[in-house]
Every structure is written in structure tokens, then in C-alpha cells.
Design a protein around this ligand. Structure first.
Ligand code: PEP
Length: 257
């Protein structure tokens, strides 16, 4: 495990209405304690419609849980029906926003150019983009995972200045592991996360690269998190399905079952 403070981020995907969101955050607040928060940063990434409720709860009860969104517009304002801007998220107290999640790439045809525009939009509004990269099954079977994910990283970070890069988070999420129950081995996760850090050092410098948190995501559960967190270049997890179960997510935040 690295000296970077680990981040456990729960991507709720399109689950839980605002009332259910309040219930889940309350359960998490009850289960987690100061020692947990000292050791790890804990974030929830609810659907847009839940954010105001989560904000009110977190701020009202002074909870140490931070929160963010699952997407944002690449534009700052204007005639973009249905979109949510970085400014709106910042105003709601969001810390994080995911960009380039494979479900956005797959179902909304978001390519590296769009992911890059969204990362820059997040940074313009002082949000921390969690930049998601990861190969599909075919690429993995051909052994092309490193070249593929580094290409996505390069694309996502175009025109991101070193000062801005310091604050980003990168998430390695192999597509074949997301929601499938087929978690990457700790060694597989380390191989790609290590390569991503090396590339960050090439794009910026080793000081910037060593400060950036790199998460693993894909079928993380309490039973497999310890091995993943033992890897030197893995600084946390982006957790999907298991993050909407308070008990399971709490165990994940403690790296244990
Ligand atoms: C995700 O949605 O980012 C994810 C990793 O999902 P899951 O944990 O369900 O595989």
C-alpha cells in the first residue's frame, strides 16, 4: 500500500432515489467511525437527483463523507437540454466527478475527446475528475491492456496542465470486470496501475505522478479488497454494485471482510 491517502468511491450508478440515498448515507455514517475516516477518504457518487439530499445530510450532520457526481457536461452553461454543468455540481458542494466511465463510453458514445473535454470542464470548476480507463475483454485476451489504457489516459489528459494534474484521480477499470463478478487479480491490477503511474511521470514528472491516486474498479467486494489494496500503485477503489450495500461498502472501506 502506498503512502497516498486511499480513496474509496462508491458509484451508485442509476440506483436509489433521494429518499433511499438519505437512508444509505445515514447507514454509512452510523457504521463508519473516525478511525475509518483517518485512514481512508470515503466518497459516494449518487445520481444527480440525490445530490442535494446528500449535501443537506452531510453538511447538516457534519459527516466526513464526501460526494460527487457520475458525469458532467463538457459545456459550462447554455442550450444543452438535459445536461448538468460543472458549475452546478461545484455549487452543490461536490468534490468528485467521474469522467470516461466505460458505461458512458459504451452507451453514450463518449470517446477520448469528449472525456478530455469533460475532465477539463471538471477542473475549470475545481472538481476532481476521476478519470476512468480500462480495456475490454478482447484487448485483454490479446495482451494489449497496457497500450490501450495508456492511450485512453493520454487522450483524457490532453491540455491538462501539471498544476491541474496534481489533483486528478485515475481509475483503472477493466471493462470485463465491471459488474461481472470477475475481479482482476491483484497482480493484474498492479501491472496496469503501475504502468499508468509511469505514464503520468512521463506526461508530467515523477513528483506529480507519485501524488496522484490511482484506483482499481471492477467487481470489488469485501472478500477481494485486501489483496488489491496491498499493491503499491493501487490507492483505493471505485466500487459499483457493492457500494449500495452499507455493510459491504463499510467493510470495503476497511479493506477487509
Ligand atoms: C463501476 O461501476 O465503476 C464498477 C466498478 O462497478 P462494479 O463494482 O459493480 O463492478
Amino acid at each position: 500500500m502506498s503512502t497516498r491517502k486511499p480513496l474509496m468511491a462508491g458509484n451508485w450508478k442509476m440506483n436509489l432515489n433521494h429518499l433511499e440515498a438519505i437512508a444509505l448515507v445515514q447507514k454509512l455514517a452510523f457504521a463508519l467511525n473516525d478511525k475509518d475516516f483517518d485512514k481512508v477518504e470515503i466518497a459516494v457518487l449518487p445520481p444527480f437527483t440525490d445530490l442535494r439530499s446528500v449535501q443537506t445530510l452531510v453538511q447538516g450532520d457534519k459527516l466526513r463523507i464526501v460526494y460527487g457526481a457520475q458525469d458532467l457536461s463538457q459545456h459550462d452553461a447554455g442550450a444543452y437540454t438535459g445536461e448538468i454543468s460543472g458549475a452546478m455540481l461545484a455549487k452543490l458542494g461536490c468534490t468528485y466527478v467521474t469522467v470516461g466511465h466505460s458505461e458512458r463510453r459504451q452507451y453514450h458514445a463518449e470517446n477520448d475527446e469528449v472525456v478530455n473535454a469533460k475532465a477539463l470542464a471538471a477542473l475549470r470548476h475545481s472538481l476532481t475528475p476521476i478519470v476512468c480507463v480500462g480495456e475490454g475483454l478482447e484487448v485483454r485476451q490479446e495482451g494489449g491492456q497496457i497500450a490501450y489504457t495508456l492511450g485512453q489516459l493520454d487522450g483524457a489528459l490532453r491540455k491538462v496542465a501539471p498544476e491541474q494534474a496534481k489533483s486528478i484521480v485515475v481509475a483503472y477499470e477493466p471493462v470485463w470486470a465491471i459488474g461481472t463478478g470477475q475481479v482482476a487479480t491483484p497482480e493484474d491490477a498492479q501491472e496496469v496501475c503501475g504502468a499508468l503511474r509511469t505514464r503520468l511521470a512521463e506526461l508530467y514528472d515523477s513528483e506529480v505522478a507519485s501524488g496522484i491516486r490511482i484506483l482499481y474498479g471492477g467487481s470489488v467486494k469485501s472478500g477481494n479488497i485486501a489483496g488489491i489494496m496491498a499493491q503499491p500503485d493501487v490507492d483505493g477503489a471505485l466500487v459499483g454494485g457493492a457500494s449500495i450495500d452499507a455493510g459491504e461498502f463499510t467493510k470495503i472501506c476497511r479493506f477487509s471482510d
